[in-house]
Design a protein around this ligand. Sequence first.
Ligand code: MG
Length: 214
Amino acid sequence: MDQKSIPQKILEHVQKHAIKGNVSNVIDTIDNFCYKFEREAINVGDEKGKYLDEIVKSCSPKTALEIGAYAGYSALRISRALPADGKLYSIEYNEHHAEVTRKMIQYAGMDNKVTVLCGSSPDVIKSLTVSGFDFVFLDHTKELYKPDLLLLEECNLIHSGSVIAADNIVFPGCPEYLEYVRNSPKYECTTYMSKLEYSDREDGIEKAVYKKQT
Ligand code: MG
């Protein structure tokens, strides 16, 4: 029986077939591989990925945070969309996935822009020494979206104008998070409806712009 994880299989395919140092080719290679062989992979994928790119480009973040790295796919998309001096921190709870992500980012030549931090999201958030984030992508345990956003607020790690993008708002869904950002006067929300990765199933990304109350 094949014991390799999906992220490990994706990484090995990339190392064999993608052009080293070419981030766009690595992204396309991952999508093609997953459409053909690994439809269960939980990369944000090419369909929602287009909206993710658009959201990142529209806010030109100098400092970005991602929670939930998996195989490094969204880290590649976000880092490609960052301005030249932009930096991405990617938090991943699973040590094996964090290692796959580090190797993926290195292969794509994006290691100067991305730092992978392994640990539980609340612990890593509390230990961060950066001054704050202009952009945050939530793509980890759905029940943690809301508490982790509240923690980012509490730790002053987001500021007026910070953009929060949340994946999987339909499937598997994150109702508590959506209820919070959509009803809070501190956030201005936009919904981007699309398709679940490598599937015809409906899913989307929620963009929430933080407006700190003074
Ligand atoms: Mg996702």
